[in-house]
Design a protein. Structure first.
Length: 281
């Protein structure tokens, strides 16, 4: 019994020499870790455990982690940008939603549009030299979608999408006529900012299916597939939610035949007429 009282008195004496915050943690430390050396905790599987005040592991600079260590060990983090300059530049192109980025395909001149897109993105980059936008900033996401448009349409796309880029260029005259239909396919304002990912992705696919159906009727199935694919990738770059494109295409009964199909049908028709003339002759 005397030994227990002596140990208790020794513990009280130790606690008396600690600051209040450390005294609160001291019994907790030994109850959880016993007499295990503190250095073993951070080298042997307890890296995620919290430390009592005064027991935090120190970095090479001697600073306590979580108290300004990053400012000494590396460069200071950039400040968050004011997004007004980004908004003002996007407004030059009327880019107020993911669909409006896709709508740039229907501009009268793609070369003129690409020149203005380059200027807009250049000014956005200049406004963000010493700061960054938050990852969920919607104007920043729209700027990402615009950069993707530039890479795919203006710069020719990468190797995997080069064929699609050529197809979009070849179908540009038809997309110009499709402008009103593309506007009618747009979803309600701010739909892409909703928190319900299921609802957002449902609207996203509805817009893509509308693009496909309208383009198939006016430009042909091949152009419609390329527009749907490009719109899906571009809009996804400008959205917070990562939506998957439905694999099943809408059925279009009266699709416009593509140029290759029209040429083949014309060839067969001419052959039929020529054969009829020979037989009758």
């Amino acid at each position: 019994m005397a030994t227990k009282w002596a140990a208790l008195l020794l513990l009280l004496q130790l606690l008396g020499h600690l600051e209040i915050g450390q005294a609160m943690w001291f019994p907790w430390y030994f109850q959880r870790y016993g007499l295990e050396p503190h250095s073993n905790r951070h080298g042997g599987g307890h890296q995620n455990q919290s430390c009592p005040p005064g027991y935090e592991p120190r970095g090479p600079s001697g600073q306590v982690r979580g108290q300004g260590e990053g400012s000494v060990a590396g460069p200071a983090p950039k400040a968050v940008c004011n997004d007004n300059p980004v908004l003002q530049q996007l407004a030059r192109l009327y880019v107020v939603s993911p669909e409006r980025i896709v709508l740039l395909l229907s501009q009268p001149s793609l070369s003129d549009s690409c020149a203005e897109i380059n200027d807009v993105l250049g000014k956005i980059q200049s406004s963000m030299q010493n700061c960054v936008l938050a990852p969920d900033n919607m104007y920043g996401r729209l700027a990402d979608g615009l950069r993707y448009f530039r890479s795919e349409v203006c710069d020719g796309g990468d190797g995997s999408n080069r064929k699609r880029c050529v197809g979009l260029q070849d179908s540009h005259n038809c997309f110009r006529e499709l402008r009103t239909d593309m506007i009618e396919c747009e979803a309600p304002a701010d739909w892409y900012e909703r928190r319900n990912a299921t609802k957002v992705c449902h609207i996203y696919n509805d817009v893509l299916d509308c693009y496909y159906t309208r383009a198939a009727l006016l430009c042909g199935l091949e152009s419609a597939k390329e527009l749907r694919s490009f719109a899906g990738d571009t809009m996804r770059k400008a959205m917070l939610h990562k939506c998957e494109v439905k694999k099943r295409l809408p059925r279009v009964d009266n699709a416009m035949p593509s140029s290759s199909e029209s040429g083949l049908k014309s060839f067969y028709f001419n052959c039929f007429i020529f054969a009829s003339i020979i037989i009758n002759f």
